[in-house]
Design a protein around this ligand. Sequence first.
Ligand SMILES: NC(=O)c1ccc[n+]([C@@H]2O[C@H](COP(=O)([O-])OP(=O)(O)OC[C@H]3O[C@@H](n4cnc5c(N)ncnc54)[C@H](O)[C@@H]3O)[C@@H](O)[C@H]2O)c1
Length: 286
Amino acid sequence: MRTAESVTRAAVLGSGTMGHGIAQALAMAGIRTRVYDVQEAALAEARARVRANLEQGVEKGKVSAGARDAALAALEFTTDLARATDGAEVVIEAVPEKLELKRTLFAELGRLPSEVLLATNTSSLSITKIAAAAAHQERVVGMHFFNPVHIMKLVEVVRAEHSARPAVELALALAVRLGKDPIEVADAPGFASSRLGIAIGLEAIRMLEAGVAAPADIDKAMTLGYGFPMGPLRLTDLVGLDVRLSIAEYLAQELGTRFTPPQLLRDKVARGELGKKSGHGFYEWT
Ligand SMILES: NC(=O)c1ccc[n+]([C@@H]2O[C@H](COP(=O)([O-])OP(=O)(O)OC[C@H]3O[C@@H](n4cnc5c(N)ncnc54)[C@H](O)[C@@H]3O)[C@@H](O)[C@H]2O)c1
């Protein structure tokens, strides 16, 4: 498998929240990137979001005008999967979190030359199950980016059951080339980040149920006491209570009852208190 430095062409599949950011990071690293989506409108939005991110970077003095122009010139947007992947040395998939959808796509991607690195940005699905749909599954890994991609430094590189060492090494080195700080994780439910984040989030909700402290005080315990940039309840409000509930249900099923969602979380989701996006969560948002 090639080195990260030698990568010149990539494809990103899915141009939504994550896809546009991953494409931007690749383009900023000088990699010509084709972005594929099934919806023209999603591609147009992705292009506009990348441009806006880069403009903001220029305004803040973090991106030069030349780097902005070069990144925009390195991007192409298409609804043609064959065109997107033609000549790509790396493909990163960021379509919706549905196993069958991803497996269908990876079955297609299996036709690409065996040295092409195939990565999925799934935040919870089994990489091993996704990889099994592709020919030469040893070149399939997880590359789990964080939102917003152009700001967040972490990438979890996930080693599936049959991932070859060179594929994992390439993904780690590529993440570094994109300016990220990767970690390597086995293909275990919730990887490292969601598993720990959800554990703390659920315990904070149980503490609230038990009347241990008010939301702001539970959050302060972590921000002031442990140096977390944000408390677990506030973070749950930002991510969405419904999103966290579904991750907790999945982890409970895979890892056991310690991830069983607290009743308070279920009740709030049932009442439509989903956090910032609905205006109510553990805090009021106006
Ligand atoms: N949003 C996050 O914070 C976050 C963080 C880390 C990982 N992820 C993961 O990244 C992936 C994408 O999430 P997102 O939030 O960017 O989703 P999104 O809904 O914002 O974007 C998905 C895009 O995929 C497109 N799409 C749908 N079917 C497609 C297909 N068959 N081929 C190509 N494109 C298709 C949609 O039109 C849409 O533009 C998911 O697996 C998700 O779990 C999300």
